[in-house]
Design a protein around this ligand. Sequence first.
Ligand code: PHE
Length: 337
Amino acid sequence: MEKEMQMLREKALAELGQSRSEKELQDVKVSYLGKKGKLTAVLRDMKNLSAEERPVMGALANTVRRDLESAIADKMEALKKIRMEKKLQEETIDITLPARHRAAGHLHPLTKTLRLITETFMRMGYSIEEGPEMESDYYNFHCLNLPKDHPARDMQDSFYITEDILLRTHTSPVQARTMQKHRPNDPIRMISPGRVFRWDNDATHSPVFHQVEGLVIDKDIHFSDLKGTLEMFLKELFGADTKIRFRASYFPFTEPSAEVDISFSSRTHADTKDAEWLEILGCGMVHPNVLRLNRYDPEKVNGFAFGMGVERIAMLLYGIDDLRHFYENDMRFLEQF
Ligand code: PHE
């Protein structure tokens, strides 16, 4: 019996020594130490031994079991290590491979233009005012000298929400809001950039577009102040050699009113002497009624106002022929800016 046990031990150690994988080793373990294993069978036979032999054999069997268990554990550890090393070698990362490129975005040409405009006026000391896109008839028209049934309302095809509420057709209501926010006759020097809405839709008109409004009110403001301001602004934007032309026009909220055309060198055709004129903004001296409607006294102060379309300016700056490009989000277009 004792000899049998020693042989079993030798055989088991030889077998587990030959195991090539954790799975093989596990099988060897089961075949000796499992419920139906060889060592287990020997232990079961102990009941046939005499009372003197039994404790001796029991002690031996336990030693053999412990030896096998620790040999298996060691071997298991060794096999695991081999497997990990092999895996590490097979799965080495090639750090020389270039990283995947992630394109950085940039500002939309309209945002760039809007920032250019506002920054230019901020340098001239203008504050930035904002107003709601959904506006009352009162601010959008009434306070700007456009009472109900005024024919000039037709100049701005509007989206009405109710009889008295509409999507603002221009940024001019912010003039009225700003005047009413100030103490009457306090000086104002503001611009108001923002989104406006009209039901036009073609290559040069979009139902949603952007404007920048300007308003200056103080004592003794003259038309020459308006001209000087706009000339400085337009030259800053389009270049020092930009030609500027004021053309008489009509707006209900200004009197006199003008439209401003520009001509700048990059737009001038080499083969023609005459520069090409392009309309760029509307302006004028604030109508006395507008001052009165917003609690300012036209006997004490006066001012000028102007309004421009941002898309228009961006089209000129970047040489874009169709304003719908701005809203289509076609990468082939946007990538160019
Ligand atoms: N609000 C006018 C428009 O949208 C532009 C403008 C503003 C004209 C201020 C004169 C003074 O057409």
